[in-house]
Structure formats: C-alpha cells, structure tokens
Write a new protein. Sequence first.
Length: 154
Amino acid sequence: MPRATLHALELAHEDIKKWCGGLADDELNATPLGLAPIAFHLRHIARSLDRLLTYAEGRQLDSRQFAALNEELGPTATREELFGELNGAFERSATRLRTLATQDLESPRVVGKKQLPTTLGGLLVHLADHTLRHTGQAITTTKVVVALRVNRAG
C-alpha cells in the first residue's frame, strides 16, 4: 500500500503542475463564485501530508504544525511560495512513505487530540484519498478561474 499511496501522490503532483502551474499570483488567490482559493488547496495538500504522515509515524502534531494549519487560508500567496512548499512536501512525503513501507499496515495509530483509533494502512489510504480530493478541487477551481479570464478577455 505505501507504493500505491506514493503513486497517488505522484499523480496528484503531476496534475497540479499541469493544471495550476501557469496561473498568476492573483489567480491562485482568487475566490471565484465563492470557491476556496487554489492557494488554500495547495497549502492544505502540502501541510496535511505532513500532518497525516506524522500520525502514520506514530507521533502527534507539534506547535509548528498547528500554526501552519491555522494559516492555510491566508489571503495572499505567491506562485513561487506555493509551489516551493508543495514541491518540498511531495519530496519529503515520498521519503517518509518509503520508510513506512517496511512497517506492518495493521499497526495501530491514533489521530488528534481525541486519539481516534486507526491503523497505519488506514492513514495511508486516507492520505492518498485526501490529497486526490483537494487536487481535484484545485483543478476545478483552476478551470473556473481560466473560464472567467477568457470571458473577460472575449
């Protein structure tokens, strides 16, 4: 399963670069039709990978991770900042997943302050699903942003 999760992350990374990579800073931060900005989804993907892998490694979140969580909806971000953070997160996640590949997927894990029970395998499935869901949302919002750009120009 770590290989399947790693493959899902590779596909997500590829799709994000393809669909969102050419957007300008203002487009990444736009909230068309009240949708969450693409910048939010990219930050959330990067930071949730770190959080979910922390739980998968059997650890709890630290104050830095909580602070980053609270800043995900920040109003401005540059393309360079967003993609720098995202690319780094995908690289670090791949390394962490390769380390987890040797562990028993049925190993118990707990999530959050409520110590919700799960397994390593459950976290890895959720990590892939969550990443792909936000990738889809970022791509859909990109399509709306591009359509609005074309309509304004046309």
